[in-house]
Design a protein around this ligand. Structure first.
Ligand SMILES: Cc1cc2nc3c(=O)[nH]c(=O)nc-3n(C[C@H](O)[C@H](O)[C@H](O)COP(=O)(O)OP(=O)(O)OC[C@H]3O[C@@H](n4cnc5c(N)ncnc54)[C@H](O)[C@@H]3O)c2cc1C
Length: 396
């Protein structure tokens, strides 16, 4: 047990994984979330457990990390994952030209990609277009986004060292001569504002991380990058189906329980609270889905929605959103902005949430002179349901 008070800002998957990791290492953590837990991007993403194949041709490091983390998540949080596998399919001659280099890139990243015949692919997934020209099997899967985050919240709660406070909005970061001293929090239910003292503050506010950093006078390059997804009723495939071409828009179809979801598009927004689906996204996504699964657009629509990626990097220096990295970073503002005790973690994916927790907890422990190894890759997480049993939100 360490006498250091930590506040984590943001109750998405990243905040959950950081809180769990720090509590496992013996620190006491208060997590504050302005809405319900997972009400940010975490509760609205596509739900693909990335094995990394999507990134293999562009970035071996990210691909390898996804492979490693997807294996760990399958082991520590099996109840939140359907390990149903993935198929990359070529639908045009141009797609076919990538097959060999795609498989090579996957193998180089440690992803066991395997070419299969189109007949085999159609036997696995009869709803696929009969026009597909090549197919590659990869170890993708489906995540239940809410349950995965709740597994980590449940793990944190089980340590007895976490206090989880939803409907608590951070409105200020307080600093003194030796660094941060606390966060000013407005309780959205009572309207009351209070200060929570903190030696360490971790900004895990996803696409809102730039706004939180500004409260402390720090400049953080985060580009909120929304994307649209569309779900139709019916489970058209069991595997995740991706288009075999360099990663682009509308090229992933994820089966999620009794729904099938096509996504996504991508644009830049200055405000993650204002995310409107652009005109044209829905017809574009339907056309893109039909190229892989011709019956997609005939199914009754369930819903369309959009959420913002927390991409690390500045949209001020590029208009090309795909040029921004899909990697994540943990920034120690003590070193960068002379604000001791403040850390931000941005970027990444739901698939890499545990690794983001580990790297952030490593940075915090190192700054505090604590030597406690990470154990979160070894221990199976408690049932996600246990978060809601035995007292609501934690040790308080
Ligand atoms: C379209 C799309 C599809 C995606 N698909 C996938 C996928 O298939 N697989 C995958 O692995 N990843 C996917 N991702 C990425 C993944 O969703 C994100 O990387 C991940 O959810 C980010 O989680 P987070 O906890 O960092 O952010 P969030 O979930 O956004 O959490 C941040 C939290 O901070 C809170 N907050 C903000 N301001 C304050 C404040 N002032 N005080 C207190 N709390 C505050 C917010 O309410 C929010 O809940 C996708 C993303 C998008 C946009």
């Amino acid at each position: 047990m360490h006498d250091i008070s930590v506040v984590v800002i943001g109750g998405g998957g990243t905040g959950a994984a950081i809180t769990y990791d720090l509590c496992e290492r013996g620190l006491s953590v208060t997590l504050v979330e302005r809405g319900e837990l997972t009400s940010g991007t975490t509760g609205r993403h596509h739900g693909q457990l990335h094995c990394g194949a999507r990134y293999a041709m562009a970035d071996t490091h990210i691909a390898t990390e996804c492979m490693k983390e997807s294996r760990i998540l399958r082991r520590i949080a099996p109840d939140a994952i359907e390990y149903n596998g993935g198929l990359f399919v070529a639908v045009t001659d141009e797609d076919c030209t990538h097959t060999e280099s795609f498989i090579e890139a996957c193998l180089e990243a440690g992803i066991p990609a395997q070419s299969i015949t189109t007949e085999q692919a159609l036997a696995y997934e009869p709803a696929l277009s009969e026009q597909i020209q090549a197919a590659v099997l990869v170890p993708d899967g489906t995540i239940d986004p809410w349950r995965l985050a709740l597994h980590f919240f449940a793990g944190a709660k089980q340590t007895g060292r976490a206090v989880i406070r939803p409907y608590a909005e951070v409105v200020g970061i307080e600093t003194g001569t030796s660094g941060v001293t606390g966060v000013a929090v407005r309780q959205l239910i009572t309207g009351r504002t209070e200060t929570i003292p903190a030696d360490i503050i971790i900004n895990a506010a996803g696409p809102w991380a730039g706004t939180i950093a500004q409260l402390a006078g720090a400049d953080l390059s985060v580009s909120p990058s929304p994307g649209t997804m569309l779900a139709v009723k019916g489970r058209l495939t069991d595997m995740v189906i991706s288009r075999l071409h360099p990663a682009g828009d509308g090229d992933i179809i994820v089966p999620q329980r009794e729904l099938t979801i096509i996504g996504s598009t991508q644009w830049l927004s200055s405000d993650p609270d204002i995310v409107r689906i652009p005109e044209g996204d829905i017809p574009f996504l339907l056309r893109a889905a039909d190229q892989m699964l011709p019956s997609f657009s005939t199914r009754p629509h369930h819903m369309a929605w959009a959420a913002a990626r927390p991409l690390y990097g500045s949209s001020r220096v590029t208009d090309d959103v795909r040029s921004l990295s899909r990697d994540f970073a943990c920034i120690d503002h003590g070193q960068v902005d002379k604000i001791r005790g403040l850390f931000s973690v941005v970027g990444g994916k739901a698939t890499t949430l545990r690794a983001m927790g580990e790297i952030t907890a490593d940075a915090v422990c190192s700054a505090c002179g604590i030597t406690a190894p990470c154990t979160t890759d070894q221990k199976r997480l408690p049932a996600y349901r246990s978060f809601y049993t035995g007292g609501l939100y934690g040790a308080e």
